[in-house]
Design a protein around this ligand. Structure first.
Ligand code: SAM
Length: 190
């Protein structure tokens, strides 16, 4: 019932690392078509389906249009790098900040590996600076990157700002050789 096979990557990562729990507030960046948001809605109990555990919240953002999903709030046709998007996100959150920032964002690939790599690293670095205003202290960030020369730059920044940073290569993305994720936990925040 997932909108996209990418759901299986998040399910796999979450089964192993337990980043989504009932009651958590999640920002899903690059959410279209919405499969990660579907997983997040289930795992944070955003619909309140299980009354015995806390109810969470999921907000998805994408450059593209995202079809409505029960339990999630979407900001469609928005660039995460645009300051007005940050304000719109803040206006929609039930609390000031989120517990988890997910990013499966990917720029349109040019086919030039080095360039695509750099574009995605910049996107992640932008998201990291934005996290200062939207991620709770002790929060988690999971972001996709394409491995290359500048990966260590992003990794170092994450290590400055989170207590625990690891590189994850889900089975479900093995066929895409360059694709990996950084899982950064315990945001030092402010
Ligand atoms: N996780 C999604 C799912 O499971 O349905 C799939 C995400 S897809 C691999 C990557 C998405 O990132 C695309 O929909 C793209 O439009 C979005 N994206 C790329 N750059 C973005 C930006 N600057 N702001 C918002 N979304 C962006």
């Amino acid at each position: 019932h997932y909108r996209c096979r990418s759901a299986f990557k998040l399910l796999e990562i979450d089964d192993k690392h337990r980043i989504l729990r009932p009651g958590l507030c999640v920002l899903d960046c690059g959410a279209a078509p919405g499969a990660w948001s579907q997983v997040a809605v289930e795992r944070v109990n955003a619909l309140g389906t299980d009354p015995a555990v806390p109810t969470g919240f999921v907000l998805g953002v994408d450059l593209l249009r995202i079809s409505p999903l029960e339990g999630a709030v979407f900001l469609s046709e928005r660039d995460i790098a645009d300051p007005s998007t940050v304000r719109a996100i803040q206006g929609l959150l039930p609390a000031e900040k989120v517990d988890v920032v997910l990013s499966d964002m990917a720029p349109n690939a040019t086919g030039i590996k080095e360039l695509d790599h750099q574009k995605l690293i910049s996107l992640c670095l932008g998201l990291l600076s934005l996290s200062q205003s939207i991620l709770k202290p002790k929060g988690t960030m999971l972001c996709k990157f394409w491995d290359g020369r500048e990966s260590h730059l992003l990794q170092n920044r994450l290590k400055e700002q989170f207590q625990d940073v690891r590189t994850i290569k889900p089975q479900a993305s093995r066929k895409d050789s360059a694709e990996s994720y950084y899982l950064a936990r315990l945001y030092k925040g402010k």
